[in-house]
Design a protein around this ligand. Structure first.
Ligand SMILES: [Fe+2]
Length: 182
């Protein structure tokens, strides 16, 4: 297993881009909030978020290899199989089954969507992005088009309706609003 400090150092050694680091930390924070909500293991869920895009830099132009290089890099740490499987699921390389799989799959696009919501808000602050604002933006297909709505809406597989799900991820991201600068 790996502890949070070592996982964070590993992530920073592989990912230099500041925005990509922020994305990864936002996913970690969202995953931790979801784990709290479901009474799941916050450590496992947080680390899954923190390590999910480890190979992003080296697979940007070969998306079919995304997550598989991460798996190789993570082998020495003997992480629980459920973490590795969830990471493999997030770009669609395996079928989501567990709550952990669905959590990562849905949180990944949602963090980018929420960053865009905050930047679009007159205050530029995530704390002021309320449910109504999020749902209105969600329906605007051209807004944050990279955040695939279908993948976000898959939160129903977690037993969560979209408003509650978006609120949980926002609340998770608010715990690191200083890092995100939102
Ligand atoms: Fe990601």
């Amino acid at each position: 297993m790996i502890d949070r400090a070592a996982a964070h150092a590993l992530m920073e050694s592989k990912i230099e881009n500041r925005n990509l680091r922020k994305h990864i930390l936002a996913v970690e924070a969202g995953m931790i909030r979801l784990a709290e909500h479901f009474g799941e293991d916050k450590n496992i869920w947080g680390l899954t978020g923190l390590l999910h895009d480890l190979d992003y830099n080296v697979t940007a132009d070969k998306p079919d290899q995304h997550t598989f290089i991460t798996e190789d890099w993570l082998k020495p740490y003997k992480l629980p199989a459920e973490m590795i499987y969830a990471i493999r699921c997030h770009p669609g390389h395996a079928e989501c089954h567990s709550r952990l799989d669905w959590a990562l799959y849905t949180t990944d696009p949602t963090t980018g969507f929420l960053v865009a919501c905050a930047l679009m808000h007159p205050s530029k602050k995530l704390i002021n992005v309320d449910t109504e604002f999020m749902l209105r933006r969600f329906k605007e297909k051209r807004f944050a088009a990279g955040a695939t709505r279908e993948n976000m809406a898959a939160c129903v597989n977690l037993g969560l309706e979209l408003p509650e799900f978006l609120g949980l991820i926002r609340d998770g991201m608010l715990t690191i609003s200083d890092i995100l600068g939102l």
